[in-house]
Design a binder for this molecule. Structure first.
Ligand SMILES: Cc1cc2nc3c(=O)[nH]c(=O)nc-3n(C[C@H](O)[C@H](O)[C@H](O)COP(=O)(O)O)c2cc1C
Length: 200
């Protein structure tokens, strides 16, 4: 009898610890939300890892705090191995308004809220995001943006997103320098995300 009681007490304690580690309460209802991101790092093999990787870190933490699925946009063809190689390809795509093929479909029909992250590439969203915008119906969706950058801040990315998604409600969640995010502790990243999501 005593051991059964002990088991229940231990079980309850464990579930409280588990819940406090993985779930944060927010006023916003994230039950129909998805986190979608494109990162420089995962589309540029061998690119200096010290300089990239901020968006993925933030996206995963948003997923952890909201319990929303985290979906990654990847191009079918990777970019270059260095900044210069990648920049030449990306600049050409921007000039030509190319819609690069994606590695897989990311459908948003099941979601009312998209929390979308990308690095600023030449003042706006990478062209892979343009391909994805064109592939989905964003009517009535709420789109919250988070971006990282080297020095430019949002530049044209917010206005360009609003123009690309006229039937969605597009909002800024937060922006940070990529290298600032890379230097943050896990606790600092958790705090940044908690604070940002609390404002939704
Ligand atoms: C092709 C390319 C273009 C970029 N253009 C800009 C830019 O216009 N402004 C800026 O501040 N940073 C620019 N950056 C820097 C990235 O936005 C920055 O490194 C970002 O934090 C990368 O994040 P990630 O590794 O999570 O994708 C560019 C980087 C690349 C590779």
């Amino acid at each position: 009898m005593l051991s059964a009681v002990k088991k229940v007490v231990v079980g309850l304690c464990l579930s409280v610890v588990f819940m406090s580690a993985s779930t944060v309460s927010f006023a916003y209802d994230f039950s129909k939300s998805a986190v979608v991101y494109f990162s420089t790092r995962n589309n540029t093999p061998n690119y200096d890892p010290a300089k990239v990787g901020s968006i993925e870190r933030l996206a995963k933490e948003i997923g952890a705090q909201t319990n929303a699925p985290v979906l990654e946009i990847r191009t079918a063809k990777p970019y270059g191995e260095t900044y210069d190689e990648t920049a030449i390809m990306a600049r050409q795509e921007l000039a030509d308004k190319t819609l690069p093929a994606l590695a897989q479909d990311i459908a948003i029909g099941d979601y009312d809220t998209i929390i979308l992250g990308f690095p600023i590439w030449f003042g706006s969203y990478p062209r892979a995001i343009a391909t994805w915008f064109n592939s989905q119906d964003f009517s009535g969706k709420k789109v919250y943006l988070f971006v990282t950058y080297g020095s430019s801040g949002w530049a044209q990315s917010f206005d360009d997103t609003k123009a690309a998604l006229p039937n969605a409600q597009v909002m800024q969640l937060f922006d940070r320098k990529g290298r600032e995010v890379k230097a943050m502790s896990d606790e600092q990243v958790q705090e940044l995300i908690k604070e940002s999501l609390s404002k939704m």
